[in-house]
Design a protein around this ligand. Structure first.
Ligand code: SF4
Length: 123
């Protein structure tokens, strides 16, 4: 299964992300889960974030894209155009709401969700 992990840090200035270290969390994902890529982006819902998503997903036959950041329902609305432009089905996106948590809490949440998703989607 080909998986990617993105951490959107809301420009790094949002108080909701103040207690967590995006670098540590992203590094944990790449070390433990052997994903295709793990990266941090400052603002995926901005114009350059749209371009980033399109360039990243274009031609990349990804099975799952984990996006840690804000509410997964908000993510769905914000990434819709970019995904549609490159034919990426939103069903492959696994959004993770990591706001207002500590690094340890987010690491545990992300690990659990990746393990659960892998289990479910490999059936
Ligand atoms: S996609 Fe969500 S987490 Fe990322 S910058 Fe926009 S509102 Fe913030």
């Amino acid at each position: 299964m080909k998986e990617g992990f993105l951490f959107c840090v809301c420009q790094g200035t949002c108080p909701s992300f103040a207690k967590e270290n995006a670098y540590e969390i992203t590094n944990m994902v790449r070390k433990i889960f052997n994903v295709e890529f793990a990266a941090i982006h400052p603002q995926l819902c901005a114009d350059d974030g749209d371009r980033f998503l399109r360039n990243l997903l274009k031609g990349l036959d990804l099975d799952i894209l984990y996006v840690a950041g804000c509410d997964p329902v908000m993510q769905k609305k914000m990434f819709k155009e970019s995904f549609e432009a490159v034919g990426f089905d939103d069903i492959k996106r696994v959004g993770i709401d990591v706001r207002n948590k500590t690094t340890e809490e987010v690491e545990a949440q992300v690990k659990e969700l990746i393990e659960k998703t892998r289990e479910e989607r490999s059936k």
